[in-house]
Ligand binder design. Structure first.
Ligand code: ATP
Ligand code: MG
Length: 320
């Protein structure tokens, strides 16, 4: 079983505009779609479609549209009522493909709520192969709360994955190797934040076949105690580094539709391959197949297994 934790979930509301967005004017909406949002929720949705047991833990009132949406999607979920509301993140979508995002910070979780969330994760981790800590933090916890959670989860024996950015990522990195997770999934810009590289350059070099700079940056994190570093590079693919070596992957050919949530699907692809005992190269293969599968689908749609083509991804051992 894989536990996902979405610390700062949201209702993702997409509004399709009739006309180009007019700042300061009246904008009319043609259609409105609501869906359950948050990185851990996306990972659990992809795992559910692949028939891999997963439970999505999230701070939320027990009766809330996000809970109803997860139930409807068939995703096993555990709303923890430590907050009275869930934020709504708005995407304004124009016909030419331009999207404008308006994100709420999320509702504050107090110290008692943080303890309840931690204890719930520790309880569930007893039966879990992996616990994935995903996304931004809500207002309330200190930036290094994910590092605290890694420490609390470590004795359970479950492996721990973290996919976050900005201050929570930096704060976790500042606590390596003591609070090192088993897996980090930075994108190029997150990896650059941690290692002083340039994110654009990492992606550009990889797109030209030179994965060296990304492998070096990923290995620096392995040297600081992280077991697996899965560095995703957008259209250029991904790199996996661990103590046994490094591998590179170029995605299967796809027509990109929406990259939103691609990284969440990459993480799901890695985890579903890892829990069935695949070797690192095949875990990476499934990570890029799932990321690219998600990219070929609209909005935040996550792929079903038959919407991924792992055998069309090019995976190679990095030998230098
Ligand atoms: N334009 C693209 N074409 C093909 N595959 C893509 C493209 N963009 C992303 N992908 C796939 O998705 C994976 C993850 O993409 P990316 O590195 O952009 O994740 P991310 O920035 O973490 O995304 P998220 O928005 O979910 O946080 C890539 O490794 C690749 O497999
Ligand atoms: Mg990401």
């Amino acid at each position: 079983m894989i536990v996902t934790f979405t610390a700062n979930p949201s209702i993702d509301r997409t509004a399709e505009l009739d006309e180009p967005l007019l700042r300061g004017g009246v904008n009319r909406i043609r259609a409105l779609h609501d869906g359950p949002g948050g990185k851990g929720v996306n990972v659990s949705r992809a795992l559910h479609l692949a028939e891999v047991a997963s439970v999505a833990v999230l701070p939320s009132p027990t009766t809330h549209p996000i809970v109803a949406a997860l139930r409807e999607a068939g995703v096993d979920h555990r709303p923890i009522p430590v907050t009275s509301r869930v934020r709504t993140n708005i995407t304004l979508s124009e016909d030419d493909g331009t999207t404008t995002k308006i994100n709420e910070p999320g509702s504050t979780i107090g110290p008692d709520g943080l303890v309840v969330l931690r204890d719930t994760l520790v309880d569930l981790a007893a039966d879990a192969a992996w616990v994935a800590l995903c996304g931004s933090l809500p207002p309330g916890p200190a930036a290094d709360w994910y590092a605290d959670l890694v420490d609390a989860l470590r004795p359970t024996g479950a492996r721990i994955a973290v996919d976050t950015s900005d201050a929570p990522l930096q704060a976790l990195a500042d606590r390596l190797p003591g609070s090192a997770p088993d897996l980090l999934k930075p994108n190029a810009f997150e990896l650059a934040l941690l290692t002083g590289a340039d994110g654009d350059r990492l992606e550009q070099a990889a797109a030209q076949g030179d994965f060296g700079p990304t492998v070096r940056a990923a290995r620096a994190l392995v040297d600081r105690g992280v077991t697996y570093v899965l560095a995703t590079l957008g259209a250029a693919g991904a790199v996996l580094a661990c103590a046994d070596g490094a591998w590179t992957a170029t995605p299967p050919p796809i027509v990109p539709i929406s990259t939103v949530g691609a990284g969440d699907s990459s993480l799901a692809g890695f985890l579903l391959a890892h829990v069935r005992g695949d070797a690192p190269a095949d875990c990476l293969r499934h990570a890029v197949a799932y990321g690219s599968g998600a990219t070929a689908l609209p909005g935040t749609t996550v792929p079903r297994p038959d919407q991924t083509t792992p055998h069309s991804a090019t995976v190679a051992v990095y030998t230098r």
